[in-house]
Design a protein around this ligand. Structure first.
Ligand code: MOS
Length: 703
C-alpha cells in the first residue's frame, strides 16, 4: 500500500497494489443479493406486456379474463395507471425518455413498447397472465429503414454541438495532394448486461424505497421524485450490487411500473425485465452511417478533415450517438468540419452504450487515417504523430495532458511494430492471411460533484459512505484503496459502503467519471478526517464523522481539453477458405491518469478491448422490416465475442497522473473499446488488402 499524500504532485504510479474485489467472496458464494433477489414479506410480482406492433394505437385490452386468473392482483395500463409528470429536465439535462413514463396514453411508437403490467402473487402467475392478455391495436405503417442518405436527418445540439465548422473544406480538399473519401457503417448494438434490469418498490412509513439495479442511485431518486411529484428526501434507492450496466441502467420502464404497482396495491412489487424485453426496453447503440473526408499534403499532414455521422433516434425522444465528436479532439486541419445528425424512426430510443460516440466514431476516423497512411506511403503511427495537435482542434483549449505519442511509442515497442512490412496481403500461415493494425483512442476525462462521509470508529477502523455504484468494475474496491491511501491506514481497516441514495448525492457510474468523481469526494472526506484525528485525542463512542462535497472544487477546474488517450494494436488471421477473422493478439497502451487498483483497472481496459473485438467481428442487431422488431433478440441470436474469440489481450498504461485531480485520476471506464474495432479492421486490411468499412466484418463479407 502506498502512502503518498494527495495533491503533492508526487503520486505513486498507482493507488494500491493489485487487490481482488472486496465483495468477491460474497459474489461467488451467492451471499451478495441483486435487485431481483432481495426478499420482502408480501412481495408481489409484475410482468411487463410489450406491444407487438411497431406503430399505432391500443384499441382495447381484454383484461377481465386475465384478472380472473389465479393469483392475479391487478393489470395496469393507460386507462388506470397513476399519472406521472414528465415536464421536467432531469439530472442529465434532458427531459425524461417517455419510454420510462409508462402507461400514460394509447400511442405505440415502436415494437416492444410497454402497454401493460400484470401483477400477481408469484412471478409465474404474472407471466402466465401477461402472456394471456390480448391487446387489440389499430396498426399504422412504420418506418425503420436507416440509411446515411436520409434527407430527414437533422443536427441536434445536445451536450455537444451538432455541427462544428472551421475553414473552407472544399478549397482545402482541392489543394490536398492526397484525399480519402469513404463511408463507414456500424450496426445497431446492444449492451444487455448479465444481470437483467430489476427493481423492487415499496412504500415504507411514507417513504418510497426502491431496490434497484442501476448506475447511480442519486440519478434514479431524482427521476422518480420528478415523475411521481415527490420530495427527493422521501425517496430512497438502494443498489448494493449491480451485474453490469454499460450505459443501459438508468431509469427505465421497470422501476416506474414497479412504483406504480406498489402505490396502487400498497405492497412491495418487483418487476424484472426478461432478456428479450431488454432488447427494446434497455436502450442500445444506434446504427451509424459516417462519412470521413481527409485531405493531406504528400507528407501526411492534414489540410482538411470532415467527419459526418448520422444515427437513429425514436419518434418520442431525442438521443444522438455523437460519433463525429472524436474528430474534435483527435486531429486538426485548416478546414475542419464535423456533424452529428439523427433521423427519427419507429424504433426504441437508443442510449449511451460504453464509449457513446467515440466507439463507432473512432472506427470510422481511425480506419480513414489508416487509408490515408496507405495512400501517402507513410507508417500509420508516423502519420498520427505528424498530426498531433497542440491544442483542441475545435475548442482551441490546451490539452491537460495528451501523451498519445508516448502510448504509440511504448505500444509499438512492445507489439513489435518496427519490423512490420506495410504492404497488405503478403503474410501467410497455411490457409490464413496475417496482418497487423493500429488505431488511436481517446475518451473525455471528467469529474462531477459528489458527496461522501468518512467515519473513524473507536476500534481503529473506518467506514466511508458514498452513493457510488459498482456495476462490476470493481469501484467498491477501488474506493477502498483510495480511502485507505487518503487515511494512510491499511486497507483492512477501511470499509466502503456504496449504493444507497441516503448517503447523499453522488455522480453516476458513467461517462468514465465514476471512480474519479467519487475518489475526489472520498479523498476530501478521508483527508479531513485524518487531520481531525491528529487533533482530537478523545474518540466518542459513535466515532467521528466528516462529510465532503466537491461541488466547489470541481467547479473551480480550469477549462481545458481533458481526455484519456491510448494506442491500440491488433494482429489478425483471416481464413481464406471460410472468411473467418480471428484476432491472434491485442495490445492497448493507455495514458489514462493515475491508475487505481491495477488488477481491476487492467480488467476494465481489457473488457473494453474485448468488446472492440466483438464490435469488429460479431455484434449486429438485425431488425425485421415487416414487424419492426428484432430477429433473434437474445444472446443466441445476438453474437458477442466469447472466450474462444479472445486469445491474448494485453492492456497496460504509462505514468500519466492528472495534476488537476487530487488523486491523479483521469478515468478508464470506456476508453478500452475506443479504437479497438478500427485496429482490428486495419489489421484485416493489412492481412487481405481489402478495406471493410461496414461492421461487423462477418465471414460472408470477407469472402
Ligand atoms: Mo457509460 S455508456 O456512460 O455507462
Amino acid at each position: 500500500m502506498t502512502t503518498v499524500a494527495p495533491g503533492t504532485g508526487t503520486h505513486a504510479p498507482s493507488v494500491g497494489t493489485a487487490h481482488t474485489r472486496v465483495e468477491g467472496r460474497d459474489k461467488v458464494t451467492g451471499a451478495a443479493r441483486y435487485a431481483g433477489e432481495v426478499p420482502f414479506a408480501g412481495l408481489a410480482y409484475g410482468w411487463l406486456v410489450l406491444s407487438t406492433v411497431a406503430r399505432g394505437r391500443i384499441r382495447a385490452l381484454d383484461t377481465d379474463p386475465v384478472l380472473a386468473m389465479p393469483g392475479v392482483l391487478a393489470v395496469l395500463d393507460h386507462r388506470n395507471a397513476p399519472r406521472v409528470d414528465t415536464d421536467y429536465t432531469g439530472l442529465l439535462g434532458t427531459p425524461p425518455d417517455p419510454t420510462c413514463a409508462v402507461f400514460q396514453h394509447d400511442r405505440v411508437p415502436h415494437l416492444g413498447w410497454p402497454v401493460a403490467l400484470v401483477v400477481a402473487e408469484t412471478s409465474e402467475q404474472a407471466r402466465e397472465a401477461a402472456e394471456t392478455l390480448v391487446v387489440h391495436y389499430e396498426q399504422e405503417p412504420h418506418d425503420i429503414d436507416f440509411t446515411g442518405g436520409r434527407p430527414d436527418a437533422y443536427p441536434v445540439d445536445g451536450h455537444m454541438p451538432g455541427v462544428t465548422e472551421k475553414g473552407d473544406l472544399d478549397a482545402a480538399l482541392v489543394s490536398s495532394a492526397v484525399v480519402v473519401d469513404a463511408e463507414y457503417t456500424t450496426p445497431e448494438e446492444h449492451h444487455n448486461p448479465m444481470e437483467p434490469h430489476a427493481a423492487t418498490a415499496r412504500w415504507d412509513g411514507g417513504r418510497l424505497e426502491v431496490i434497484d439495479s442501476n448506475q447511480g442511485a442519486t440519478w434514479v431518486v431524482g427521476e422518480l421524485a420528478n415523475l411521481f411529484s415527490l420530495d427527493p428526501a422521501s425517496v430512497r434507492v438502494r443498489s448494493e450490487h449491480v451485474g453490469g450496466g454499460f450505459g443501459s441502467k438508468g431509469v427505465r420502464a421497470h422501476q416506474v411500473a414497479a412504483v406504480m404497482a406498489a402505490t396502487v396495491l400498497q405492497r412491495p412489487v418487483r418487476v424484472v425485465m426478461t432478456r428479450r424485453q431488454m432488447f427494446s426496453l434497455a436502450g442500445y447503440r444506434s446504427p451509424t452511417a459516417q462519412r470521413v473526408r481527409l485531405g493531406a499534403d504528400a507528407d501526411g499532414r492534414l489540410r482538411a478533415l470532415e467527419h459526418r455521422s448520422v444515427s437513429v433516434t425514436s419518434t418520442v425522444h431525442e438521443f444522438v450517438e455523437p460519433s463525429a465528436g472524436v474528430a474534435r479532439v483527435m486531429y486538426d486541419a485548416d478546414a475542419h468540419h464535423t456533424a452529428n445528425r439523427v433521423v427519427r424512426l419507429d424504433v426504441p430510443t437508443p442510449t449511451w452504450m460504453r464509449a457513446p460516440g467515440e466507439a463507432p466514431g473512432s472506427f470510422a476516423l481511425e480506419a480513414a487515417l489508416d487509408e490515408l497512411a496507405e495512400k501517402c506511403g507513410i507508417d500509420p503511427i508516423e502519420l498520427r504523430l505528424r498530426n498531433e495537435p497542440d491544442k483542441g482542434p475545435v475548442s482551441g483549449l490546451p490539452f491537460a495532458g495528451r501523451n498519445l505519442a508516448a502510448c504509440f511509442r511504448e505500444g509499438a515497442r512492445r507489439f513489435g511494430w518496427a519490423d512490420r512490412d506495410p504492404r497488405p496481403g503478403l503474410r501467410r500461415d497455411g490457409r490464413w492471411l496475417l496482418g497487423t493494425g493500429t488505431a488511436a483512442a481517446s475518451f473525455p476525462s471528467g469529474a462531477a460533484p459528489s458527496t461522501a462521509s468518512a467515519t473513524a470508529h473507536p476500534d481503529g477502523t473506518f467506514t466511508v459512505r458514498i452513493s457510488a455504484a459498482d456495476i462490476g468494475t470493481g469501484a467498491r474496491t477501488a474506493l477502498t484503496l483510495v480511502a485507505a491511501d487518503a487515511l494512510r491506514v491499511s486497507v483492512e481497516r477501511v470499509r466502503v459502503r456504496i449504493g444507497d441514495s441516503d448517503f447523499g448525492p453522488a455522480m453516476i457510474a458513467g461517462g468514465s467519471m465514476g471512480t474519479r468523481s467519487w475518489s475526489w469526494a472520498v479523498t476530501a472526506a478521508a483527508g479531513e478526517l485524518r487531520e481531525r484525528l491528529a487533533l482530537d485525542t478523545d474518540m466518542p463512542p459513535e466515532g467521528i464523522t466528516v462529510r465532503s462535497d466537491t461541488t466547489a472544487a470541481i467547479g473551480a477546474l480550469t477549462p481545458a481539453e481533458r481526455h484519456s488517450f491510448g494506442a491500440q494494436f491488433a494482429e489478425v488471421a483471416v481464413d481464406t477458405a471460410t472468411g473467418e477473422v480471428r484476432v491472434r493478439r491485442m495490445l492497448g497502451v493507455f495514458a489514462a491518469g493515475r491508475i487505481v487498483n491495477p488488477l481491476t483497472a487492467r480488467n476494465q481496459l481489457r473488457g473494453g478491448m474485448i468488446w472492440g473485438i466483438s464490435m469488429a467481428l460479431h455484434e449486429e442487431a438485425v431488425r425485421d422490416r415487416a414487424s419492426g422488431g428484432h430477429v433473434g433478440a437474445d444472446l443466441a441470436g445476438y453474437h458477442v465475442a466469447t472466450h474462444a474469440d479472445v486469445p491474448r489481450v494485453e492492456a497496460d498504461w504509462i505514468d500519466d497522473a492528472d495534476p488537476a485531480d487530487p488523486v491523479g485520476i483521469k478515468g478508464i471506464g470506456e476508453i478500452g473499446i475506443v479504437g479497438a474495432a478500427a485496429a482490428v479492421a486495419n489489421a484485416v486490411w493489412h492481412a487481405t488488402g481489402v478495406r471493410h468499412r461496414g461492421l461487423p466484418i462477418r465471414p460472408d463479407r470477407v469472402l
